[in-house]
Design a protein around this ligand. Structure first.
Ligand code: UDX
Ligand code: ADP
Length: 466
């Protein structure tokens, strides 16, 4: 029986290992993490984060062929294949600060694997890593296991799941990418990993490459997706200036089969743990290789994203007669996208901080994000005027304006007539996700700003933006 150990029980490791356990009943899967609290959440009724369908998968396998444990060393020792899904944040100090990936967690996991192992193992990179990390990891493992005569094969098998649809993405992936050494031992390891995915993924969707191509493909993948969003967001500014509608531009673009319809929704900006981190990582790799122009090209994707967030704050403040000081603003949505409780790099953080910088009073509601998490993200020191509340009506009562910052479905079906009645007048709506019916809201009496849409007549006069 093959034994798998997944190191890192986070947003990537947890769902991925759970789906492998579901689809491969004859394989024993142990998910380990140094965080005791994370592991006890995985072993409880309330999983550590919200992800549609995850609970059902975990409930089907936990206690059968899926277990969660903080005894990292035991399960690494017993495993034939080890998936490493530890965090790889951007370095915050030292060489490459703000760009390069911090591989501290990865290296410490690799050294631990070398210390405890007593048999040959396949080590699979799941977390996004800089190109040629596998080479470095391979060196750490082999140099530290020489006396034991153990052989390691390192594979790169980047994860392409999106939060909010992680289980569907894992059950039915567009493709599975496996990179490995192209010598007989490497090819043998690739085949072993292929055999696992073959339990449920059609053969023609399993792509094999060399190690470096797989590592770079993951960075390129996220960079391309983020670039599409920044491109449509750049268009949204132009639409506002010219009176075009960005959703119609997206529709027209998406019908071009050479372009395709996905990732063309204009928004207040992209968030999430991956896009910015991976692009900055790519930029660092470009610069390290003397490719400054290439690095600059990708940096612009981030700059447009920053512009989009600050442009939104600017719109709110200027629309509300150039002052939000002391005014209550209802914030609907704090997660970085719908159907997740994750707030990492959520555009809501920068928008809220921007409004707080202008002394607004925020009343925040998100269906899945806890008060504690929101306060942590806003680094509150007690002087800010922030309330986290339990529903959209409470968030908007007596408010001068409301901002939609996450595209949760429930925000589309709110009774906006009731919201309007309970707000100060004039009542403003700022739709950062383009999900509301602008005409209906205007009929009710709201003054509406919606990303990438023609401006309200009264905003045209007061809202001149460079
Ligand atoms: C992303 C990649 O999609 C996935 O392949 C990779 O494995 C991890 O990173 P994730 O960050 O979970 O996944 O979510 P994604 O759906 O890509 O959304 C990222 C951000 O872009 C969100 O803030 C989302 O709201 C925003 N977005 C997405 C837009 O603003 N417009 C769009 O059209 C799509
Ligand atoms: P991701 O979104 O990439 O999955 P997370 O931060 O959600 O990132 O998860 C990474 C997990 O890896 C965390 O729960 C962290 O505690 C765990 N981790 C980091 N280093 C180690 C290690 N050396 N051994 C075991 N777990 C680790």
């Amino acid at each position: 029986m093959v034994k798998i150990c997944g190191i890192g029980a986070g947003y990537v490791g947890g769902p991925t290992m759970a789906v492998i356990a579901l689809k491969c009943p004859s394989i024993e899967v142990a998910v380990v993490d140094i965080s005791e609290s994370r592991i006890s959440a995985w072993n409880s009724k309330k999983l550590p984060f919200y992800e549609p369908g995850l609970e059902e998968v975990v409930n089907q396998c936990r206690g059968k062929n899926l277990l969660f444990s903080s005894d990292v060393e035991k399960h690494v020792y017993e495993a034939d294949i080890i998936f490493v899904s530890v965090n790889t944040p951007t370095k915050i100090k030292g060489i490459g600060a703000g760009k390069a990936a911090d591989l501290t967690y990865w290296e410490s996991a690799a050294r631990m694997i070398a210390d405890v192992s007593n048999s040959d193992k396949i080590v699979v990179e799941k977390s996004t890593v800089p190109v040629r990390t596998a080479e470095a990891i391979g060196k750490i493992l082999s140099e530290n296991s020489k006396s034991k005569g153990i052989k390691y094969q390192i594979l790169s098998n980047p994860e392409f799941l999106s939060e909010g649809t992680a289980i569907q993405d894992l059950l039915n992936p567009d493709r599975v990418l496996i990179g490995g050494n192209q010598d007989p031992q490497g090819l043998d390891a690739i085949q072993k990993l292929k055999d696992i995915y073959a339990y449920w993924v059609p053969q023609d969707r399993i792509i094999t490459t060399n190690l470096w191509s797989a590592e770079l493909s993951k960075l390129a993948d996220n960079a391309f997706l983020a670039q599409r969003i920044s491109s449509i967001n750049a268009m949204s500014a132009l639409c506002e200036a010219t009176g075009a509608e960005v959703s119609q531009v997206s529709l027209a673009l998406g019908k071009n089969t050479k372009i395709g319809p996905k990732f063309l929704n204009a928004s207040v900006g992209f968030g999430g743990s991956c896009f910015q981190k991976d692009i900055m990582n790519l930029v660092y790799i470009c610069e390290s290789n003397g490719l400054t122009q290439v690095g600059n090209y990708w940096k612009e994707v981030i700059k447009v994203n920053e512009y989009q967030k600050s442009r939104f704050v600017h719109r709110v403040v200027t629309s509300m007669f150039n002052t939000v000081s002391g005014k209550k603003i209802g914030i609907l949505g704090f997660a970085f996208k719908k159907d997740t409780s994750d707030t990492r790099k959520s555009p809501a953080i920068d928008v809220c901080k921007g409004l707080l910088g202008d002394n607004a009073c925020l009343s925040i509601y998100d269906p899945r994000v806890t008060e504690h998490q929101i306060e942590k993200e806003l680094c509150m020191d007690g002087v800010e005027c922030v309330n986290v509340v339990g529903d959209a009506y409470e968030a908007t009562r007596d408010a001068h304006g409301l901002c939609i910052l996450t595209e949760w479905d429930e925000f589309k079906t709110i009774d906006y007539q009731r919201v309007y009645q309970n707000m100060e007048k004039p009542a403003f709506v700022f739709d950062g996700r383009n999900i509301l019916d602008v005409h209906k809201l205007r009929e009710i009496g709201f003054i509406v700003y919606s990303i990438g849409n023609p401006l309200d007549q009264c905003l045209i006069n007061i809202n001149i933006i460079n």
